[in-house]
Design a binder for this molecule. Structure first.
Ligand code: ZN
Length: 129
């Protein structure tokens, strides 16, 4: 087992699809980037206090209205949350430097297909407009 444990049953359940639903119920603590095709926010669990960073990217292909969207959720420590808030314009390298091996939750909505949530690790900020 990993020595690092994050969250509780309410905010970080063991099934990816359930974890995505649980994540959506958490309250937003800070919005760090809020662009239409790239967004970064920190949410926190009211039950256990665990913070999570969420990264959203969307790639516009101009072909029609359905563009590929991608979300990554990573549980973070209070110190990591503080560092992200201070990162400012350096937010992308700051995200990439966060625990690349820590389990993250990924939700992909590929063009023309159904959205799918699955476990991943760390955060890689994909291409976006
Ligand atoms: Zn929790």
């Amino acid at each position: 087992m990993n020595a690092e444990t994050f969250g509780c049953n309410r905010c970080w359940p063991p099934w990816a699809s359930a974890a995505w639903e649980a994540f959506l119920a958490l309250s937003v603590e800070a919005e760090l980037v809020d662009e239409s095709h790239f967004a970064v926010a920190i949410r926190a669990c009211a039950a256990c206090g665990q913070r999570f960073v969420i990264v959203f990217t969307e790639l516009i292909d101009w072909a029609d209205g359905e563009d590929p969207q991608d979300w990554t959720v990573l549980p973070i420590t209070a110190a990591e949350a503080a560092a992200l808030v201070k990162a400012g314009a350096a937010i992308v390298p700051a995200l990439a430097a966060l625990a690349p091996r820590r389990r993250s939750l990924r939700r992909e909505f590929p063009k023309g297909r159904r959205p799918r949530a699955h476990w991943d690790s760390g955060i890689s900020v994909g291409p976006h407009d």
